[in-house]
Ligand binder design. Sequence first.
Ligand code: TRP
Length: 383
Amino acid sequence: MPEFNVTPYDVEGVVDYNKLTRQFGTEKITPELLNRIKKHCGDVHYMLKRGVFFSHRDMNWLLNEYEKGNKFFLYTGRGPSESVHIGHLVPWVFTKWLQDKFDVPLYFQLTDDEKFLFKEKLSLEQTSSHALENALDIIALGFKKKKTFIFRDTKASGTLYPQAIQFAKKITYSTIKGAFGLQDSANIGQIWYTSMQAVPAVLESIRKKHNVPCLIPLGIDQDPHFRVARDVYPKLGYHKPALIHNKFIPGLAGVQGKMSASSEESTIYLKDTPEEVANKIKRYAFSGGKASLAEHRKLGGDTSIDVSYQWLEMMFEPDDKKLLKIKQDYESGKMLTSELKEILINNINAFLKQHQKNREKAKKQLSSFLWEGEKLRKHIEGK
Ligand code: TRP
């Protein structure tokens, strides 16, 4: 039994990210790469600096192209099976930063088809309407209106399908079984699906009628899709998409696997009230503090296993100085777990308050961000 397992459809065990980069054959993000990014952006996003984004494929190539004047575009996506929780935000927050810094288009795929095919209980109507709900959370993060193209697969299929079959023709059944760990009992839609996820990586190239480099920020679990895509695209005359991978935010209950909606307690949703946030963190956030007050004061807390600290570091305390102070105080025993949790609760609630307001406003903006059907087709065909 391996100690951990990561595929797009299953994340189990305590992930060793060093081993995972070796298993997957990706490259680690080095200080040199961070410097290169800094040169273009003026600063480095805290998620990069802190190793939340830790691995990549072809970032150096992407920056070489950029330096030659060959701008890239961004692509990411969301499988709309449920309400958005905090773990989903990581790649999106970072993608927004990239879009701001490089001022580039973003294609955002909502895979209502995928979640229908992979979730026994969900109907297509459900995944499609979840997708629109999720789109509000995406828009609320502040992506650029004229440069962000959000679409649901089932409503964009007229544009995507001709590309998807080009791609599908180059992939064998055995490749898919191997890459995704699918069993013979898998429905055939699951075998086909990766062809749909591959398409947005070339949409801007099709639109511009020449190859445009593509950068995909994504959770490391999504890498297998693009490993396949990177094998196939050169055979179709396209560039391989570049990838930049993030780690998973741990669930409240501990560092195992990725945050999942299958256990309510381990998840904070973007729609949660301040009371719900406070209750869940107080009750469930795994603590690296000591059992007794005296012991804690003497020995201090362990930030490497403390979920509240991890959440601050990965997402909710962008300020390096404040984070360092928290780390020092907690590790020295000056700060108690209850105080640490209070900081996290305040930061999350401040974020959610703004987010929920933005999300209300997003309802009016939805139609200008959605590019489906004829609208997407005309955009891609340059009409
Ligand atoms: N398969 C992804 C999920 O289940 C959704 C997705 C589609 C995606 N295209 C993507 C994620 C590109 C990252 C990058 O969530």
